[in-house]
Design a protein around this ligand. Structure first.
Ligand code: PNS
Length: 164
């Protein structure tokens, strides 16, 4: 039996195979996974939000119980709007722990009904992040091992243009 609804928030700038791993595993646990782009004030953002959303939709087209969204505001407010109480996040390494711990604690303090559920990233994605994809791609390196195959050309083109 599956659980209810969870929200998987993030920058997804762009979506990587590490994100896909968490989405696919989340979709096996929950009836619905809402993948939502939220603004991280610590990050500038490379891809326009609309493009990021299109890429997530394309990459997740094979997973029926995944929906897509974006929101400019606090995650806890978004959770209330969506009537959802579980935030799904992936944990890669010890280095993620401190900021994820802080974020989960703060969200829980502001909205006690909101719980954060962490899935450990599969070891083959432990090193992966959107920022390394952007860095490799912007210098013309091969990003195909790191992002969904259907996105490789458009991400490569976008990063190549940006570097000109
Ligand atoms: O993929 P990221 O950049 O690690 O995702 C972080 C994100 C976007 C989930 C986080 O910055 C966020 O929740 N932003 C919305 C604003 C908010 O609620 N901030 C308070 C967090 S304690």
């Amino acid at each position: 039996m599956k659980e209810g609804v969870c929200v998987y928030p993030g920058s997804f700038d762009p979506i990587t195979n590490g994100h896909m791993d968490i989405i696919e595993r989340g979709a096996a646990i929950f009836n619905e996974v809402i993948v939502s782009i939220l603004h991280n004030p610590a990050k500038e953002g490379a891809f326009p939000v609309r493009k990021r959303l299109e890429m997530i939709q394309k990459a997740c087209a094979h997973i029926p119980n995944v929906t897509f969204d974006c929101y400019d505001g606090l995650l806890v407010d978004y959770m209330r709007i969506k009537n959802a109480s579980v935030v799904l996040r992936g944990l890669r390494a010890v280095s993620d722990f401190e900021s994820e711990f802080q974020m989960a604690q703060l969200n829980h303090q502001i909205a006690p009904d909101v719980e954060t559920l962490f899935l450990m990233t599969s070891p083959n994605h432990a090193y992966l992040s959107s920022s390394v994809v952007r860095e490799i791609g912007s210098f013309g390196g091969d990003i195909s091992p790191f992002i969904p195959a259907c996105l490789v050309d458009e991400v490569q083109n976008f990063l190549g243009q940006e570097n000109k």
